[in-house]
Design a protein around this ligand. Structure first.
Ligand code: FAD
Length: 460
């Protein structure tokens, strides 16, 4: 059998301690945050680009799928070995190789945990803004492969804005360097950007050259509590119209608030129907002035309160609460169908009211929260596991919400990617010609469809 011959060959080139073959060990690499699981035939931990290259060359010889995996926090199934084969677990390539404080760049391996990297650079007075809520466990490689965003994307942009260059192993085993260590470079096609967000289908990222910023001098967090969800959504536009660009502008509806209050008791007022968490950063005087501008536009009968966090500990507690929404939703003991749609931020009120209409009509429980500052709302359809009727209504709701999002000028994924979960809906947003062009790129780089097959384009 091809797979047993392949495994025998792998054992000749990869050290025994970097291979998992036992079912108990393989199960740990069979799932991701979608909750779905597929057992791989083998888990291999590469330690360098040459290991990855050798594995891919063998995989091409024996026709074995290879699936890169960071921390498995992905929400669309990108790291799932849906057709078996090898899970390439990148967690042992986890060194920060260089932090260049003169040129404001860093060189890292892909398995470095995002939050650990942020803490290291911040200790040097530097700043790496991309902050997915999963940052305590997600890896920089996974962030690049998904082009992860986070609350700070509203002011600082997403992962793509901080990647200067990559070392990557192409599906057929060639090791390539893309981009460069300088801030500008226009030499040939931009392979860096092609690989960013490619969900592990066009290459395995083995090194990442990142751009850093100086750490902002001061930070201020404000929390606005509303008695009405539409008012919270409308306040997002009012803040931006007032010419304030917060470092983060996060939205939570009453169910998200309630859920976090159960998980971290006493965090938010019990009577809140919606809230905005707003972070300002920059020189002290500037952020005080911006806070005053926000206070002047976030007012009215539906604003219950607008408060500043008075200490770093209070600020950290609020942001921990924000990052705890997803885990806190487990209290409902329901299956969560999670979409990360994005619309122009002025259309958020229309999106929220449209989602409420869909929920009422299809009799579904939907929880909304997310990065309102950049229009990216997480829509969580909560259904009883095993309830086939609810699953059918949820599927219908997903289609209707995606249609609404596209009609509002938005996109069906702001940050979680397509993977397997959103693959059936790709054609709702992209034209047949665009999908065909993407498939041609995939076929040119991966003629045998070895690297992460079945993702983005299920027919491949
Ligand atoms: C609680 C929670 C909160 C989240 N919040 C956010 C958020 O705020 N913003 C956001 O953007 N996402 C968020 N996510 C989703 C997820 O954390 C991100 O997509 C993250 O970037 C995935 O990183 P990972 O290391 O876990 O990658 P994995 O899940 O292991 O893999 C994700 C994809 O990347 C590919 N991949 C991984 N490493 C490599 C590599 N070295 N080379 C090539 N391909 C690779 C995989 O094949 C897969 O397709 C959240 C997830 C959870 C569970």
């Amino acid at each position: 059998l091809a797979i047993s011959k392949f495994i025998a060959e792998i054992k000749k080139i990869i050290a025994r301690e970097n291979i998992f073959e036992d079912v108990e060990e393989k199960i740990c690499y069979s799932y991701d945050a979608t909750g779905e699981n597929f057992l791989p035939d083998l888990v291999v931990f590469p330690t360098c680009a040459e290991d990855i290259s050798n594995i891919l060359i063998l995989a091409n010889q024996y026709n074995i799928p290879v699936v890169p995996r960071g921390a498995g926090t992905g929400f669309t199934g990108g790291a799932l070995p849906v057709r078996g084969g090898v899970v390439l677990a990148m967690s042992r390539m986890n060194r920060i190789l260089e932090i260049d404080s003169e040129n404001l760049t860093a060189l890292v391996e892909p398995g470095v945990v995002t939050g650990k990297f942020q803490a290291e650079v911040e200790a040097m007075g530097l700043f790496y803004p991309p902050d997915p809520a999963s940052l305590e466990s997600s890896t920089l490689g996974g962030n690049v492969a998904e082009c992860a965003g986070g609350p700070r994307a509203v002011k600082y942009g997403v992962t793509r804005e901080y990647v200067l260059g990559l070392e990557a192993v192409l599906p057929t085993g060639e090791i390539v360097q893309t981009g460069s260590a300088v801030l500008k470079s226009v030499v040939g096609y931009d392979l860096t950007r092609l690989l960013i967000g490619s969900e592990g289908t066009l290459g395995v990222i083995s090194k990442i050259r990142l751009k850093l910023l100086p750490l902002p001098a001061a930070r201020l967090t404000l929390m606005a509590i509303f008695s009405d969800v539409t008012e919270a959504a409308a306040s997002v536009s009012r803040i931006v119209k007032a010419r304030v660009l917060p470092a983060a502008l996060e939205f939570m509806d009453e169910f998200a608030i309630d859920s976090v209050n159960d998980y971290l008791p006493g965090t938010f007022p019990e009577d809140a129907k919606a809230l905005l968490l707003i972070e300002l950063d920059g020189p002290e005087a500037a952020i005080e002035q911006e806070a005053a501008q926000i206070e002047s536009v976030v007012t009215g009968p539906n604003v219950i309160s607008l408060k500043k966090a008075t200490s770093a500990a209070e600020r950290d507690r609020l942001w921990l609460a924000r990052r705890s929404i997803s885990p806190s939703l487990q209290k409902y003991n329901l299956k969560k169908i999670n979409q990360d749609v994005v619309v122009p931020r002025s259309r958020i009120p229309a999106l929220i009211s449209g989602i409420h209409q869909v929920a009422a009509r299809l009799n579904l429980f939907i929880i909304n929260f997310g990065h309102a500052g950049d229009g990216n709302i997480h829509v969580n359809i909560m259904i009883e596991p095993g309830d086939e009727d609810a699953a059918g209504r949820a599927k219908q709701a997903v289609k209707e919400i995606f249609k609404l999002v596209i009609d509002l000028g938005g996109s069906i994924s702001g940050e979680h990617g397509i993977g397997i979960s959103k693959a059936p809906y790709l054609g709702m947003e992209l034209s047949p010609a665009a999908v065909a062009a993407m498939q041609k790129i995939k076929k040119a780089l991966d003629p045998k469809n070895i690297l992460n097959p079945g993702k983005i384009f299920p027919e491949l």
